[in-house]
Write a protein that binds this ligand. Structure first.
Ligand code: HXC
Length: 259
């Protein structure tokens, strides 16, 4: 399938989605969101793909936000639909059965920061900048930024960032726990692939179940979360991977998962 603003590369079990609207610093218009939505279905349904990496094209921007030109004349109803649609697409990333790494290669502002937060793990290049500048445009974050940012970094810092619209660099983003690694821009995709490969050497079913347990558990109280964890833990024992993993351990050899 051909897309105008999104590229999908597949190599060795790793899918790479590149948001590709360099003229607008990869800003998310409706068309790009729709294409992302479709590409995510392709990734979900392709059994050869084990890990997804999302990045932006060029050396300047991951995604500089939702498309301001497109939003500027929206009616309140259109704005609500746009917000709900973006939330739905980003939720699809969060609920994907495979791990998703954001490789943040530059500006991750507004909807771009929100896109990165829907991914499981964020690594960023030294030149990356994060921020939720919406209040400077007379709006608020609308692709779940008001929800995911406080969950990730706590309400005080999240409110500071959202109320001031300040941009922070990668080092600061690392310090506050928004991202898990800072690397040279030239190494970014290789580092993301290294991380992906480490995960691919483990049980994909176990990773998928761990992802569900974490996601669902983070949205509920500890007792309910523990119940979810025990259910997923028990599900592992219905899989060949659990048998293989434990037999391989006792035989002092590397496990061969996914057989
Ligand atoms: C549309 C954008 C854009 C955006 C950049 N461009 N960001 N177009 N939407 N979000 C376009 C510019 O208009 C310009 O086009 C080209 O990309 C290059 O950008 P410049 O501004 O010339 O680059 P620079 O001076 O280097 O500044 C980079 C920047 C700045 C700091 C990232 O572009 C910027 O502040 N962008 C907006 C960031 C932002 O406010 N994001 C949040 C949006 S609200 P031309 O044609 O002039 O060359 C949002 C809400 C999400 O995301 C929820 C919705 C429901």
């Amino acid at each position: 399938m051909d897309f105008n603003n999104v590229l999908l590369n597949k190599d060795d079990g790793i899918a790479l989605i590149i948001i590709n609207r360099p003229k607008a610093l990869n800003a998310l218009n409706y068309e790009t969101l729709k294409e992302l939505d479709s590409v995510l279905d392709i990734v979900e349904n392709d059994k050869e793909i084990k890990v997804l990496i999302i990045t932006g094209s060029g050396e300047k921007a991951f995604v500089a936000g939702a498309d301001i030109a497109e939003m500027s004349n929206m009616t309140p109803l259109e704005a609500k639909k746009f917000s709900l649609y973006g939330q739905k697409v980003f939720r699809k990333i969060e609920m994907l059965s495979k791990p998703v790494i954001a490789a943040v290669n530059g500006f991750a502002l507004g909807g771009g920061c929100e896109l990165s937060m829907a991914c499981d793990i964020r690594i960023a290049s030294k030149n990356a900048k994060f921020g939720q500048p919406e209040v400077g445009l007379g709006i608020i974050p609308g692709f779940s930024g008001t929800q995911r940012l406080p969950r990730l970094i706590g309400t005080s810092k999240a409110k500071e960032l959202i109320f001031t619209g300040d941009m922070i660099n990668s080092d600061e983003a690392y310090k506050i726990g928004l991202i898990s690694k800072v690397v040279e821009l030239s190494d970014l995709i290789e580092e993301a692939k290294k991380l992906a490969k480490k995960m691919m050497s483990k049980s994909q079913i176990a990773i998928s179940l761990a992802k569900e347990a974490i996601n669902k558990g983070m949205e509920t109280d500890l007792d309910t979360g523990n119940t979810i964890e025990a259910e997923k833990f028990s599900l592992c024992f219905t899989t060949d991977d659990q048998k293989e993993g434990m037999i391989a351990f006792s035989e002092k050899r590397a496990p061969k998962f996914g057989k």
